[in-house]
Design a protein around this ligand. Structure first.
Ligand code: S3P
Length: 439
């Protein structure tokens, strides 16, 4: 979706990425830290919180529901929890901006409150499918109204008794799973969710960290209603989805040697590492440790010759947000890369299959979109103009493509980079990318 004004990235061709950096905090974990911290008994402190528009939308929503939250100051947030039943009705609609995670997770959490809420978003979020959460929530006894085509705004009716369900998800979605687990805390009996393939498990890990039992048996995860959350300390690792731009940039740009510090390497998030390594990337992990229930490591990446692969479908949910930049890697690799089983990319912040294919073609790449993926044959990239369609990850992916282009790459509609990666331009510029901003 096009933003009100056009923020443009102008990226000079060539160069390499060198040095050390810590990218901003993990978006998924930041959202969840606010949600669970707000509902906990006691005071939760968060460090490394992502100060991006998406996680700030979640933070403001809880402030609007009466939760006293201090910060963020340099990634530090203090949340004075109100307990499971302490939220108050907000004075107006909760505007969640561009953030699908905020809307889908809140739909479940708010179905368990005793007041009504209306959740709105920007033009992009207002087009995204919400039936995937409203249908199973209805089976639990909730009532969440959408537009006739299943899109936002969402009106979540509170004060309805919820009961547990045993739900088999038709799509592999951590947002749907998390929505139902959060509703399940307010439901009678057990709420169980079975996933068709593993998806990010930050909700389950963080619930355990707050002392709320969650049981997993293979692909099925269950929670019982009526429990409590106890405040804790959360150290948010750097977001591997943000690190991904640099992992690809350094891999494709000759002479690159980059170390990214304190990156989350949860096994449900490392599809990008697995896929890049299978393509021949030179990636080394060191200093592996566990921080607050989440594994982290420093990641060193050096330039290498990438080759095309057939991306295994089981890696798709584990790399679901990284495909824009993985397509750039494929366009710079020798031979053909084939992605299948990734239809979900069409309903992200933009249609990431179509928008990436259009942009890669504008730079002279051989990229053929398919219904559920893409076929890309690597080759030279030219300079040119591309459109991010207000999608943060598209904008950052094309910024990295310039490292291998033979002329400047101009990227339109980049303002939403601030939803997930504030400071991207400064950080990338400091590591060697020739990036400048224009309006
Ligand atoms: C997220 C889950 C993913 C991902 C999104 C964040 C989360 O969405 O694309 O950026 O924090 O749970 P789906 O679960 O819909 O695939």
């Amino acid at each position: 979706m096009t933003s009100a004004y056009d923020l443009i990235f102008r990226v000079q061709p060539g160069g390499s990425l060198r040095g050390e950096a810590r990218v901003p905090g993990d978006k998924s974990i930041s959202h969840r830290s606010i949600m669970l911290g707000a509902l906990a008994d006691g005071t939760t402190t968060v460090s490394g919180f992502l100060e991006g528009e998406d996680s700030l939308a979640t933070l403001r929503a809880f402030q609007a529901m009466g939760v006293d939250i201090e910060g963020p100051h340099d990634g530090e947030v203090v949340i004075h929890g109100v307990g499971m039943h302490g939220l108050r009705a907000p004075a107006g609609d909760l505007d969640l901006g561009n953030s699908g995670t905020s809307m889908r997770l809140l739909a479940g959490l708010l179905a368990g409150q005793d007041f009504d809420t209306c959740l709105t978003g920007d033009a992009s979020l207002s087009k995204r499918p919400m039936g995937r959460v409203t249908k199973p929530l209805a089976e639990m006894g909730a009532r969440v109204d959408t537009e006739v085509d299943g899109t936002p705004p969402l009106v979540v009716h509170g004060g309805r008794p919820l009961h547990g369900i045993d739900y088999v998800m038709p799509v592999a979605s951590a947002q749907v799973k998390s929505c139902l687990l959060l509703a399940g805390m307010y439901a009678e009996g057990a709420t169980c969710v079975t996933e068709p393939a593993p998806t990010r498990d930050h909700t389950e890990r963080m619930l355990a960290g707050f002392g709320y039992p969650v049981e997993r048996d293979g692909s099925r995860v269950c929670i019982r209603g009526g429990g409590r959350l106890t405040a804790t300390r959360i150290d948010v690792p750097a977001d591997i989805s943000s690190a991904a731009f640099f992992l690809v940039g350094a891999s494709i740009a000759a002479g690159s040697d980059l170390t990214l510090r304190h990156v989350g390497i949860n096994p449900t998030r490392i599809g990008v590492l697995n896929i890049l390594r299978a393509m021949g990337a030179d990636i080394e992990l060191s200093n592996e440790r566990t921080v607050g229930g989440e594994p982290v490591a420093d990641i060193r990446v050096r330039a290498s010759r990438l080759h095309g692969i057939a991306i295994p479908e089981d890696q798709v949910p584990l790399a679901i947000d990284e495909f824009p930049v993985l397509f750039v890697a494929a366009a710079c690799a020798e031979g053909e890369t084939v992605l299948t089983g990734a239809r979900e990319l069409r309903v992200k912040e933009s249609d990431r299959i179509q928008v990436m294919a259009d942009g890669l073609q504008a730079l002279g790449a051989d990229a053929r979109p398919t219904e559920d993926g893409m076929v890309i044959r690597g080759g030279p990239l030219h300079g040119g103009e591309v459109h991010a369609h207000g999608d943060h990850r598209i904008a950052m992916a094309f910024a990295m493509a310039a490292l291998r282009a033979d002329g400047p790459v101009v990227i339109h509609d980049c303002a939403n980079v601030n939803t997930s990666f504030p400071g991207f331009v400064e950080l990338a510029g400091g590591l060697g990318l020739g990036i400048a901003v224009a309006e």
